[in-house]
Ligand binder design. Structure first.
Ligand code: DX5
Ligand code: ZN
Length: 235
């Protein structure tokens, strides 16, 4: 009976962990196929990195691509807006088919307004935060967000090295959320692979973004399954 309960409990926690492959590292000549592969591997969310060449030094994907992806994706689309003036575009990404939209705290001085607009449009609203930005900036905004995206690299490029201070940030944020009895989810993004995924899950992250660890290995489907297995070790 005790054993049975433990199994049940473990299953419940396992369900909460979602791998969010970042298509930034996918092969854009066969994007549909690459999306299908991660869905087969058990991905929970599809992470789409939107960059404007101003907030970050890179330009990537915009609304037309999200609209196309939305026609074929079976899992929710998570748009990470690394753009200036995100309030101008956030709702448009929900309308294009994103279920989750995150805006950077460093890019928007009207967080409440933008987060509310995302929610009103039917999306889950997230706040993304850079590695060197204080979590204190999230203090008042926390209840207005469905999830927080902790950056564990400086945004702009895939394939960078994990910044270790992000672990402590996840732990602190988990405490802030638990102490207030909120159900805000924690997403982490950058430099995550099979060697460190257990640590970020243990720290309290639930949605784990992985780009090069998924699409840089040849078999994206297998890579997602392996990440899921490693993530379950510590929960
Ligand atoms: C970086 C992006 C990430 C990136 C992650 O600015 O926000 O989502 O694609 O790629 P990896 O997992 O390779 O660090
Ligand atoms: Zn991202």
């Amino acid at each position: 009976m005790v054993f049975g309960n433990k199994v049940k409990e473990k299953k419940k926690i396992l369900k909460m962990i979602e791998i969010a492959p970042s298509i930034l590292s996918a092969d854009f000549t066969k994007l549909g196929e690459d999306i299908r592969a991660v869905e087969t591997g058990g991905a929970g969310v599809l992470h789409v990195d939107v960059m404007d060449g101003k907030f970050v030094p890179n330009i990537t994907i915009g609304l037309p691509v999200v609209k196309s992806i939305a026609k074929i994706a079976k899992i929710p689309i998570d748009c990470h807006l690394m753009i200036e003036e995100p309030s101008r575009y956030a709702v448009k990404f929900v309308e294009a088919g994103a279920s989750m939209v995150s805006i950077h705290v460093e890019a928007d001085v009207h967080l409440h307004r933008t987060l509310s607009a995302i929610r009103e449009a039917g999306g889950k609203a997230g706040i993304a935060i850079n590695p060197a930005t204080s979590l204190n900036l999230l203090d008042e905004a926390l209840p207005f967000a469905d999830f927080i995206l902790i950056m564990s690299v400086n945004p702009g490029f895939g394939g960078q090295k994990f910044i270790h201070t992000a672990l402590e940030e996840v732990r602190k944020l988990r405490m802030m959320i638990n102490e207030r009895g909120l159900s805000t989810r924690i997403e982490i993004d950058g430099g995550i692979d099979v060697d460190n995924i257990a640590k970020v899950v243990e720290a309290g992250a639930e949605i784990i973004v992985a780009g090069s660890a998924v699409y840089g290995k040849g078999d994206a489907s297998k890579a997602v399954s392996e990440l899921l297995i490693e993530a379950s070790v510590w929960v």
